[in-house]
Design a protein around this ligand. Structure first.
Ligand code: ADP
Ligand code: MG
Length: 307
């Protein structure tokens, strides 16, 4: 099932939380919804799920708005916040949900097993670790066996092991089971390791949309390449002659901006310069995201001016 967001906008007073945002989410892959805190991710997801009224725009599931879905719980599962009745067991919580949603209560045990909570299901949810709560939230989202999963910052507060588990689980849901998975995060590294595609937002607007590989290569020219060589001085000269932007050679190291390791390596090879290290200092994607998080307003303004 395909999710399509078209021209969504939402203001809270003077704050334009979401500003004419459009993107698509395809089945069978994990789409990362990436942006710094306050970028408008949660507001967008809440609008898509009919929990917030947009000022303009639409979000549809195979062309149908959430409010018009014949069976919402069987279509979209969402984890937006993790609030459980602390005295209730995880299993009980799920069974209450099943009854409310008109699903067979046997689904509770099925989803508990799916998220690895089969043993903990009968304990009070109030005693669960944060990781177990996240799993319970995920189990709740899976109750209706939905084609689409929407998860708002599910990795928040998880330990490395939990994050590893979540990653594998989301891959299984998307790649093996063919579901549509939309997962938000404010951490680039997290998204780079989890998502197949990313939709990057800043100050409520779309900044980039594409596969991780596309975004890395498409913006690579803005990164810096670090080279170490026993002939750093000669290498710097060779690269300068080739028209590259080269910093001073220091301690056997040279930094070249606006190019790729492949280009620098090719020049060094042709000139017969020995290299001891050759790497992109930061990926273009990191640089882009760093600018976005460092100065959101200025970034949004410069993007706006460039349009
Ligand atoms: N209910 C609300 N009332 C007022 N402002 C809000 C409300 N919800 C979100 N905002 C504001 O909208 C902007 C986007 O918030 P949010 O969607 O939560 O971003 P994110 O999830 O990317 O961190 C922020 O400036 C936030 O303070
Ligand atoms: Mg949020």
């Amino acid at each position: 099932m395909r999710v399509e967001v078209r021209g969504l906008s939402k203001s809270f007073g003077a704050v334009r939380a979401v500003d004419d945002l459009s993107f698509t989410v395809e089945p069978g892959s994990i789409t990362g919804f990436l942006g710094p805190n306050g970028a408008g991710k949660t507001t967008t997801l809440r609008m898509a799920l009919g929990l917030e009224q947009p000022d303009a725009g639409t979000a549809t599931f195979d062309g149908v708005a959430y409010a018009d879905l014949l069976s919402p719980v069987r279509t979209v599962g969402a984890v937006l916040e993790t609030a459980f009745h602390p005295a209730r067991s995880g299993r009980n919580h799920l069974r209450v949900y099943c009854r409310a949603a008109g699903l067979p209560v046997s689904r509770a045990d099925e989803v508990l097993a799916q998220v690895g909570l089969a043993d903990a299901g009968r304990r009070r949810a109030g005693g669960y670790s944060l990781g177990m709560r996240q799993r319970l939230a995920l189990a709740t989202a899976l109750l209706g066996d939905p084609a689409v999963l929407v998860l708002d910052e599910p990795a928040n507060g998880l330990d490395p092991e939990g994050i590893q588990w979540l990653r594998g689980f989301l891959r299984h849901l998307a790649h093996t089971e063919g579901r549509t998975v939309l997962v938000s995060s404010h951490l680039l590294a997290e998204m780079e390791q989890t998502a197949d595609r990313v939709v990057i937002v800043g100050a409520g607007r779309l900044v980039r949309e594409g596969s991780i590989a596309e975004l890395r290569s498409g913006t690579q020219g803005s990164g810096a390449v670090l080279v170490r060589s026993p002939e750093a001085g000669r290498l710097a000269e060779v690269l300068r002659v080739a028209g590259l932007s080269v910093g001073p050679a220091e301690d056997g190291r040279v930094t070249v901006t606006g190019t790729t390791p492949a280009t620098v390596g090719a020049h060094a090879f042709r000139a017969g310069v020995e290299l001891h290290e050759l790497r992109a200092e930061t990926s273009g994607l990191e640089e882009l995201y760093f600018r976005l998080t460092a100065g959101q307003e200025q970034f949004a303004a410069s993007q706006g001016a460039a349009r």
